[in-house]
Each structure stands twice: as C-alpha cells, then as structure tokens.
Design a protein around this ligand. Sequence first.
Ligand SMILES: Cc1ncc(COP(=O)(O)O)c(C=O)c1O
Length: 429
Amino acid sequence: MNGIAVNEKNHLVFAGADVTELAKEFGTPLYVMDEGRIRENMRLYRRSIEKFYGGKGLVCYASKAFSCKEIYRIAKEEGIGADAVSAGELYTAIQAGFDPVNICYHGNNKTDRELAYLLESGVGRIVADAYDELDRLDELAGKMGKKPGILLRLCPGVEAHTHEFIRTGGIDSKFGFAIELGDAMKAVRLALSKPNLQLRGIHCHIGSQIFDSDPFEHTAEIMLHFLDEVRKETGVLLPELNLGGGFGIRYTEEDTPKPYDGYMEQVSRKVGQVCAELEMEQPFILLEPGRSIVGEAGITLYEIGSIKEIPGIRTYVAVDGGMTDNIRPVLYGAKYDFLLANKMNLPPARKVTVAGRCCESGDVLGKDILLPECGRGDLLAVLSTGAYHYSMASNYNRVPRPAVVMVRDGQARLAVRRESLEDLARNDI
Ligand SMILES: Cc1ncc(COP(=O)(O)O)c(C=O)c1O
C-alpha cells in the first residue's frame, strides 16, 4: 500500500509519520489520513478530465465517504467540486468556505426545509429523485425568486458486479427514475415544463467498489442514447451527464484496482465514439468518486487490550474500538489488512479474531487474521479505512467517536477532535 513504510524502530510509518507517536499524541482509536495521497487522488481525477476530455467536466468528491471541514478545504484548494447528501454535509462544506455552486446535492427524500436550504445556499446542481420533488422544488423556487440548476437521477438498469447492498443502478432501487419503465422521459417532460427549474442534465450511479471499466462505459452509452431520445422527443439537448462514482479500491490483496484516471480515459473514448455516431455534441461530464479519493488514504489505529484464548477453537484479540468506528465488517462482511504497528519486525504467528469493544457478539473487525504474537498495549493498524468509516461512525454504547488527524509529509494536525463524554450527553435533557 502506498504511503506505508517501516522505520529503524520497527514501527509502522504512515504518510511519513511514526504511527506509535501519533497514538501517543492523539490517543486511540485514531483515524489517520494521508493528506498528500488525498490531494494526489483529487488531482488525478481532475487531470484525467483535462487530459482525456478537454477539461469539459467537473470532479465532485462524494463527501459521504468522509466529511469534515478539512476535506472540503482540501477539495476547494485542489479545484474540484463536491457531492453532498444532507443538510449536515452542505452546512459543513459552507462552514469550511466551500462554494455551494460547485456542489451536486443528492437525496431520495428531500424535505421542504432541506429544499429551501439548498435554494438559499445557492447549490449549483440539485439532483432530483422523484416527481413530487420537482413539483415542490419548482413551487418553492418560484416563491423564493430562484431558478436552480437540476439534474435528474436515472436508473440506467446496469448491474455492476459488487455487493448487493451497495448496488443502486438497477430498476429495483429506491433511487431515481428508470429509463426502461418510461419514468425517466416522464420526469424530463415534467422538469422541462417547470418555469422555475433549469434542467441541466441527467445523473446515475451504478454502485460502489467496482473494478471493471466496462459497466461505466456501458452506462455512459445508455445515458447518451437517452439524451439523444430526449433531443428527438423534446427538441432539447441537455448539456450535462453525471456518471456518479463507484471506482474500486484495495482493501486486501483480493482487490485489484486500476489507476483511477483509467476510468475517464475509457469513458471519454466511449463518449466520443457514441456522440459521433449520434451526431451529438459531447456533454459536460461530472464524476463523483468518494471511496477512491479517501479510502486507501486512511488507516485506523487501535490499542490491543484483553486477549481470550479458547483452546482448539479461537483466540480473540480485543481492541479499544470496533463497530462504532468501523461498521463495514458487520454491514457488508468487509475484509481488511491488519498490521502490528509497533512490532513490524515480528513474523506472523497465528490466526486470531480481532474483536471490538461493543456489547454485541458480532462486533468483530476481522476473522482469521494472521498476526504476530501480541499482547495488551500493542498497537494494531487497520488499512484502507479512509472512506465510510469516520462518516459511518456511531455512538452505540455511548462510545465517543475517535479523533481524525491529517498527516502531510510526516507532520500531523488534528482535523476532528475526539468526542468527549460531555459531547455525548450535550443534547440530553
Ligand atoms: C450518488 C452517488 N454518487 C457517488 C457516490 C460515491 O461512490 P464511491 O464512494 O463508491 O465512489 C455514491 C455512493 O453511494 C452515490 O450514491
């Protein structure tokens, strides 16, 4: 994994920092983010649009993957947009000085209050997800004297090879208007009829942790043919196509991601070819990568506590975090690489089950993990935890959420403070 090394003390070094020092300074559990890697990934996507598509597009970092003020500041500095899905993400971005014009806002059930907030804030693109949302948004925009840019979320019907729970592009989805069922065209007609909405284009997102470019190419083709149909039926050529995110990353050696700019290279070629066939101007393209920007740029550090051996059955190695800071093993059966970060010279000794500290038997971070001999006080690192970890963290069992540190060239700074016990009880009456 990039950004990982071992120093002369046999300590794990991440983003240039000795992680045992980070654990000492900031405590555990601790999310550690490699800022250089995040910036590189953002640049790679931005440049891929410049290099392969003449710059006619925008990368919108899908901030559900990891949202805090610092990440919006970084995205702004790197000249990319963001995708937001809640008032909380939008508020955080605005607080960080992020320009809402560069935000693409999603949601399958936006409340009136949320829509009013989007209009007030001047969000650049609202991705409409239901007929009644178009009605409500149009009415509200009229009252507020606004004319927001909108995209329509469509289901292109592509089934990407990924985990069932995170597959969203098919017809049986709570998101969007299905092309095959005629809903998409109906939504286009409705949106075009609304005096206070500016229909800019269409959006789709076919799933997550996808390694193959073919589903993206195939989706682009379907979406372009739909734009052509819209042009024929309504006389309007919608100028924007948002292809969502979903590019896969490496969690373990079973995962084989390709360089992230490869997606844009292949998709650009396809878009060029299909648009030429359809004699259609190439659309402005938006991409929404989340996981691939921050996922491998993050690790989590835990201190090992009690160890329970059940002879002939299993050894449990318990850490001071668990499902509250990493719900993915429970949610998706997600797998990770683990490192004994303070004793990187020790050889693997035995298979153990890494258990969390929550009152749930299922609170397990990894089963049959090959670790060196270890004991209380040792430091365990879990790799590729930058995406959908901090953002999915909870206070189950009233466990405070860990701190997040950003490390750049070996220098660490706090991005999110560790929650205190007072924080946990702050809203209780
Ligand atoms: C609409 C939309 N865009 C982008 C993303 C980001 O996907 P990923 O983090 O896999 O790149 C998601 C993830 O669920 C999504 O729903």
